[in-house]
Design a protein around this ligand. Structure first.
Ligand code: E4P
Length: 217
């Protein structure tokens, strides 16, 4: 499973990239607004820090305008993935951009049939939102499982990018189901490393080592 980090915060991305923890980055208009800088500048900086795919989202609602914005975003760097909403216009733009050789990420997916349509439109990635479904007492992880089965049934190459990931258990379950990628907020990604027994074990090992009075070299 690949890990993308879900943020537009360049310092966080740099740290995680240097630690070898991420394979790419996803952004959205909300995350860009939090970064408080011009979007093109942010995407350019992110693409300089990571060689992996970097999703940048269009904000237009009509297909023609989405195509124009998508092409402008793709000009920023080779690793830009054009992120489009799961609407009729978004799917139309996805089909055009895919046919033209661009990489696409269809976002705001909340049903298995939406994911089927995105795959048929040639999306490189589909982003089903787990946490936002759980928020309204629906089954976010069930959606990931349904999409995995449908894509496998028809050999679609569209990658399942589990999004709106909030917990370590979301990551674990999405990996068990076989999601291709999880996009995870920086704090959750760092929390994946931690286990209390790891810290406790390390403390004991170091205390016992100190008693020996040895050094390794
Ligand atoms: C996906 O690409 C989105 O940016 C993101 O995962 C949304 O997560 P949220 O529901 O926590 O805002």
């Amino acid at each position: 499973m690949k890990f993308f980090v879900d943020t537009a915060d360049i310092a966080e991305i740099k740290e995680l990239e240097e630690a070898g923890l991420i394979d790419g980055v996803t952004t959205n208009p909300t995350l860009v607004s939090k970064a408080g800088r011009p979007m093109k500048e942010i995407i350019k900086d992110i693409c300089e820090v990571t060689p992996g795919p970097v999703s940048a989202e269009v904000t237009a609602l009509e297909a023609d305008e989405m195509l124009r914005e998508g092409r402008l975003l793709a000009e920023i760097a080779e690793n830009v993935v054009i992120k489009l909403p799961l609407t009729l216009d978004g799917l139309k733009a996805c089909k055009h951009l895919t046919d033209d050789g661009f990489k696409t990420n269809v976002t705001l997916c909340f049903s298995a049939v939406q994911a089927l349509l995105a795959a048929k439109a040639g999306a490189t990635y589909i982003s089903p939102f787990i946490g936002r479904l759980d928020d309204i007492n629906l089954d976010g992880m069930g959606l990931i499982a349904d999409i995995r089965r449908i894509y496998d049934n028809y050999d679609f190459e569209t990658e399942i990018l589990a999004a709106s990931v909030r917990t370590l258990n979301h990551v674990r379950e999405a990996a068990l189901i076989g999601a291709d990628v999880a996009t995870v907020p920086p704090a959750t990604l760092k929390a994946l490393v931690k286990h209390p027994l790891t810290d406790k074990g390390l403390d004991t090992f170091l205390a016992d080592w100190k008693k020996t009075g040895q050094t390794i070299g």
